[in-house]
Design a protein around this ligand. Structure first.
Ligand SMILES: Cc1ncc(COP(=O)(O)O)c(C=O)c1O
Length: 444
């Protein structure tokens, strides 16, 4: 990077030139952060509104990724923006040793979204992975046990604790992972190792408890719909059956709703409700803040109470600006009927994806619930051999056709669509037609 460029923008100015943005990031980002680049060439975004994004040249895109599900109620939602602006101007931070009403209101409102008949309490964090770590510590403190079960193809975050619970090699680094985690196969109904059905996967939970743990558990963590694993839905009866076995071994039921929560799956506010389970600990982040960093652990009071003798401090936990955003998000989801919107628009999108599947042999599976949708690409529908090469081609095309989607799954062969919950029926035709052109171009 030239000295002239540096000095020309030294005083708080922003260089919006494409070359300048790319050069600065490539020069000054560490390799660990630089690596996460989806397309063959850099993609820049400047503005967002609702379900749409614009790049630095003014080109418009339909956002089917929601900035990795952080944008839940829509980019720059006026009610969230107003809540954040008001709070940031009045008091930007209030450390948790002091009292402030906004986080306490949000805690009350989150507790009210949980299954009735239980006493729920909330601990706010700054991110999902921090919340996962806290859930892990809480489960171990409460039960006095160490051993955890987690699922293969799960993703729970990048911190040491969350990474140890993550079942995808690409997200685990070359270090001694935290001990006391045993993995069980994900009950993937499309390509799971035991095929379709639930019982073989539950039997494996039994076998794993008996062979890979000391028999006494701290808990098991499950994403009701695996996100980075490629939209793997826990089949009916799996979570209920697995948690029953875990509880019999002294452990807690922990669900990670970081991607699947807040009405995204349409039928339910929390995806775990689909299986009728009542977890002991629920972890949430991403969409709760509509882009403002916020995470939370919501736990049954008697479980959280096990940590009363020592405080656990996140500097920005319960930050009033983030919590003001969180309160506005909950209000907007309710007022604008976004859970119902996710159900209806998600069903319409799924129907169009299934229609595409009829015409493109490469689409092996279409799956999802609400606005948590995916297509999986295969070289052969019988062998189900993953097709990461065609996935990459379709993915590059989506960008050219003005769509933002994500390439996911342990084999990089899944196109994941998790848009802001305000994606509308009017978007479905243009999105489906653009996808059709992407598949046509990539499979020509
Ligand atoms: C299911 C799930 N859990 C936890 C996390 C970690 O959240 P964060 O990146 O905010 O630490 C993620 C992040 O992608 C996630 O998808």
């Amino acid at each position: 990077m030239s000295d002239e460029r540096q000095s020309a923008f030294a005083d708080g100015d922003v260089d919006w030139s494409t070359a300048g943005i790319v050069a600065r990031r490539d020069t000054y980002f560490a390799a660990s952060q630089r690596k996460f680049v989806p397309y063959e060439t850099p993609q820049i975004f400047k503005t967002g509104s609702g379900q749409y994004l614009w790049d630095e040249t003014g080109r418009k895109y339909t956002d089917l990724l929601g900035m990795n599900l952080c944008i839940s109620v829509g980019h720059a939602h006026p009610e969230v923006v107003a809540a954040v602006q008001a709070q940031v101007a009045e008091l930007t931070h209030c450390t948790t040793m002091f009292y402030h009403p906004t986080p306490a209101h949000l805690a009350e409102e989150l507790a009210a979204t949980m299954p009735a008949g239980h006493d729920w309490v909330v601990h706010f964090t700054n991110s999902g992975a921090e919340a996962i770590d806290l859930a892990l510590v809480m489960a171990r403190e409460h039960t006095g046990n160490t051993d955890m079960l987690a699922l293969r193809t799960s993703y729970h975050g990048a911190t040491c604790g969350a990474q140890a619970l993550t079942g995808i090699a690409g997200f685990r680094h070359r270090m001694a992972q935290m001990t006391g985690v045993a993995f069980v196969p994900e009950p993937n109904q499309y390509r799971g190792i035991f095929g379709e059905g639930v019982q073989p996967y539950l039997d494996e939970v039994d076998r794993t408890i008996q062979t890979a743990t000391c028999g006494a558990l701290a808990g098991m963590i499950i994403e009701p719909v695996q996100g980075y694993g490629g939209i793997v839905i826990m089949p009916d009866g799996y979570m209920a059956g697995a948690f029953e076995r875990v509880r019999a071994a002294g452990g807690l039921a922990i669900v990670d709703e970081v991607q699947s929560g807040f009405g995204r799956t349409g039928d339910h506010y929390w995806a775990f409700e689909a299986d009728g389970v009542v977890p002991d600990i629920v972890v949430m982040a991403k969409g709760i803040g509509n882009g403002i960093p916020l995470g939370a652990v919501v736990a049954k009071r008697h479980i959280a109470e096990s940590m009363a003798d020592k405080f656990l401090f996140h500097t920005y936990g319960a930050n009033p600006v983030a919590c003001a955003a969180g309160r506005a998000v909950l209000r907007v989801i309710r007022k604008e009927g976004l859970q119902e919107n996710a159900r209806l628009v998600g069903a319409a999108l799924k129907a169009r994806l299934e229609d595409l599947q009829q015409r493109y042999e490469v689409i092996g599976d279409v799956r999802g619930r609400g606005l948590m949708m995916a297509v999986e690409l295969v070289k052969d529908r019988t062998t189900k051999e993953p097709d990461p090469e065609t996935t990459a081609k379709v993915f590059e095309e989506t960008r050219r056709k003005g769509l933002v989607v994500s390439k996911s799954g342990p084999n990089r062969s899944v196109l994941r669509m998790v848009p802001p919950l305000c994606l509308s029926m009017a978007d479905i035709d243009p999105v489906a037609e653009a996808l059709e052109r992407c598949f046509a171009a990539a499979t020509r």
